[in-house]
Design a protein around this ligand. Structure first.
Ligand code: AHM
Ligand code: MG
Length: 328
């Protein structure tokens, strides 16, 4: 049985990861373990409702969105190596007071993604990304393309709590035990390059572009169509749950740019949704694209920037990329 703390030590040595960075991950993991514990009994505590506020995205905040965000703040501010927090629930980046020279890292997170699934007891998650922010004070340092992420991951609060981590080279999965300790349960995750499962909100078909329409038409056509095999469609509506399935057994996740999200640049957020998932998927041998280019190379213009997201099994991503190439 390998504990997260032991794994972080050996990985630090093997992958050239600094002690400070592994401690930053340990801090985030502690926040996720606390969120997992609160979710388990939230309906009994009366924490299932709306918080009565709207976040910067214009979305109604759930009480648990606010609670999870507060838990991230509480844990991160205790770690002197972290100077900045970007959160889906905070309009502005939050700067922690640090002594000069401390606080090399910035954390971007969605403290509780998929929170519309809370009422129905379906998997939700926390997504996070760690960036270098040497000055610790300048927001412009947060506007880095995803290739510069030092680490990324998510916690999936499902029938068990999984913590999925990468420092950019490989992907490891940990499971939270009854004592609140994360135990390594899968190392070196590889996404199968071929798959016959796709995930998209199909009710948005009327907004789709030609590439998405062509990709889905081919998939629906099954074994007699150009894709030559029968597909299944799965859509949890929690990005963490959909991506976790894809990391474990392959598939493709699509939230493409469509006529309704065009003005905003997409639906999902670059810094704390798309980039961490893209880093994980690429580290596991998959691909992650906006349709027109690699997600990890998109230069953010602001901390809450949105982006089209298509990621998963390499062969499936390449199939839709061929349709986008025709459109270019
Ligand atoms: P959220 O950050 O407000 O929870 O929204 C993100 C979620 C993702 O988890 C999920 O993939 C997507 O929104 C679902 O979108 P839709 O409502 O179109 O199905
Ligand atoms: Mg969210």
């Amino acid at each position: 049985m390998t504990k997260l703390s032991d794994w972080l030590q050996t990985t630090a040595a093997r992958q050239n990861v600094t002690h400070d960075l592994t401690q930053t991950i340990a801090t985030i993991a502690a926040a996720c373990a606390e969120i997992a514990a609160i979710l388990r009994t939230a309906p009994i505590e009366g924490l299932s409702g709306l918080a009565g506020a709207t976040n910067v995205q214009g979305e109604a905040q759930k009480q648990l969105d606010v609670v999870s965000n507060d838990i991230f703040i509480k844990h991160l501010q205790q770690n002197p190596d972290i100077s900045i927090l970007v959160s889906e629930e905070l309009n502005q980046a939050l700067h922690f007071e640090r002594e000069t020279g401390a606080g090399r890292y910035a954390v971007a997170c969605d403290p509780l993604d998929g929170s519309s699934n809370l009422d129905v007891n379906v998997t939700v998650g926390s997504i996070f990304s760690v960036l270098e922010a040497p000055s610790g004070v300048r927001d412009v340092e947060l506007l880095q393309p995803g290739v510069r992420q030092l680490a990324a991951g998510y916690a999936a609060y499902g029938n068990s709590t999984s913590l999925v981590l990468t420092f950019g080279k490989s992907v490891a999965v940990f499971t939270l035990d009854a004592a609140g300790e994360f135990i390594l349960t899968k190392d070196d995750v590889t996404i199968p390059s071929a798959s016959a499962e796709y995930a998209i909100n199909a009710a948005r078909e009327r907004f789709w572009d030609a590439a998405t329409l062509a990709y889905v038409d081919e998939s629906v056509a099954g074994e007699t169509g150009p894709a030559g095999k029968r597909y299944n469609m799965r859509w949890v509506g929690s990005m963490v749950a959909d991506i976790h399935r894809i990391l474990m057994r392959g598939g493709i996740f699509l939230y493409p740019l469509d006529s309704e999200t065009l003005a905003k640049g997409g639906r999902l957020r670059l810094l704390y949704e798309a980039n961490p998932m893209a880093l994980l998927v690429e580290a596991a041998g998959g691909k992650a694209t906006t349709g027109l280019g690699r997600i990890l190379e998109v230069m953010p213009a602001n901390i809450h920037q949105r982006v089209p997201v298509i990621l998963g099994s390499a062969e499936e991503v390449e199939r839709i990329e061929r349709h986008y190439a025709v459109l270019k």
